[in-house]
Design a protein around this ligand. Structure first.
Ligand SMILES: *[C@@H]1O[C@H](CO)[C@@H](O)[C@H](O)[C@H]1NC(C)=O
Ligand SMILES: *[C@@H]1O[C@H](CO)[C@@H](O)[C@H](O)[C@H]1NC(C)=O
Ligand SMILES: *[C@@H]1O[C@H](CO)[C@@H](O)[C@H](O)[C@H]1NC(C)=O
Ligand SMILES: *[C@@H]1O[C@H](CO)[C@@H](O)[C@H](O)[C@H]1NC(C)=O
Length: 296
């Protein structure tokens, strides 16, 4: 009897030891705290931190300084998503500020969210913003990512399926997205649509250092990325994720199709009615719990 009582009384301290051990162990297997340069932090710790991330992904959403409302909305869209298998940072990317008010309002955003990258360029279409984005990253980030994505601000990305589809892909020499033209299934012909494409970090470094991209920065930007990679004999690994990536139904001919459960990206969401349809379809707000505080 006394023996059994001893064992029993030892249990709480054993539990305590285990508890302490797990706390220590847990902090050890967590990815090291991410140190960003001050201008470029994003999403708060996501709740999944127990699982060790298998890869990291930076999603840069190319937008304009004056797109305050869109950024606010996209912060909600991506702030409530995460993936257990990837560490994903979402940042908004634009060129130099041009107005006095921007220097205040955007400074406020950075103070609060730390998710903005301001590149050294004039806001432009087809004049090299995509080149500036990729070629600046190795220099301005204080860390590397396995993958870097360029995304539009009118696309809905589903981060968990996106991560799942990237997980089995090579971490090197990868060019992933939605191949143009619309009906094409051959990722080695032409280029990946600007709705959202992913490059592995070695290709981002190549864009920074090669003399090919820097020579071809003016023109349709997403097409140029394909041109650079072809000219440089790069991106041996290419993956076009159809039908999981597409344009919103009815907006762009054969690039469009109906919403499907296995979606990674829906593009061309210009109107609120389209966003509403998409958020409904993917049950994005279903997780909302009942509360006395609100009645939704
Ligand atoms: C970045 O943050 C660190 C630590 O908070 C600070 O010491 C440093 O001055 C900051 N740098 C800039 C450029 O703000
Ligand atoms: C962007 O702003 C920086 C800092 O003010 C300045 O040095 C640079 O020349 C600007 N670049 C362009 C393209 O306007
Ligand atoms: C870059 O452009 C310059 C001037 O047009 C040209 O002389 C050079 O051969 C080009 N380099 C490449 C790698 O295309
Ligand atoms: C959304 O929820 C409904 C009802 O639970 C379910 O039938 C449907 O498959 C869900 N849609 C997706 C895309 O997960």
């Amino acid at each position: 009897m006394p023996k059994r009582r001893q064992v029993l009384s030892a249990l709480p301290s054993l539990a305590l030891l285990l508890f302490i051990y797990f706390i220590l162990f847990d902090t050890r297997i967590k990815p090291p705290p991410v140190v960003f340069s001050n201008t470029t932090i994003t999403q708060q710790e996501t709740p999944h931190s127990n699982t060790q991330s298998q890869f990291s992904l930076l999603i840069g959403i190319l937008t304009r300084p004056d797109g305050y409302d869109r950024r606010h909305f996209l912060r909600l869209i991506y702030g409530i998503q995460s993936s257990p298998i990837a560490e994903i940072d979402v940042k908004f990317v634009f060129c130099n500020l041009t107005k006095a008010e921007q220097r205040v309002f955007i400074a406020l955003e950075i103070l609060r969210f730390k998710d903005i990258i301001i590149l050294d360029c004039y806001e432009n279409m087809n004049s090299g913003k995509t080149y500036t984005y990729f070629s600046s990253l190795p220099r301005i980030l204080s860390r590397r990512y396995d993958y870097v994505m360029k995304a539009d601000d009118d696309v809905f990305l589903r981060l968990a399926p996106l991560a799942l589809s990237l997980q089995p892909r090579p971490r090197l020499d990868l060019y992933y997205g939605f191949v143009v033209p619309c009906p094409s299934m051959d990722p080695f012909v032409q280029y990946m649509s600007g709705m959202g494409f992913v490059l592995s970090w070695d290709l981002v470094e190549w864009i920074e250092s090669s003399n090919i991209p820097v020579n071809y920065t003016y023109g349709p930007e997403d097409k140029l990325v394909g041109l650079w990679l072809n000219m440089g004999n790069k991106a041996k690994n290419r993956f076009s994720n159809k039908p999981a990536m597409y344009d919103y139904p009815g907006t762009n001919g054969r690039c469009s199709h109906e919403l499907i459960p296995e979606t990674v990206a829906v593009h061309r969401l210009k109107r609120w009615a389209q966003w509403l349809d998409v958020l409904h379809f993917f049950n994005v707000t279903k997780a909302l719990e009942e509360s006395k505080l609100y009645n939704v």
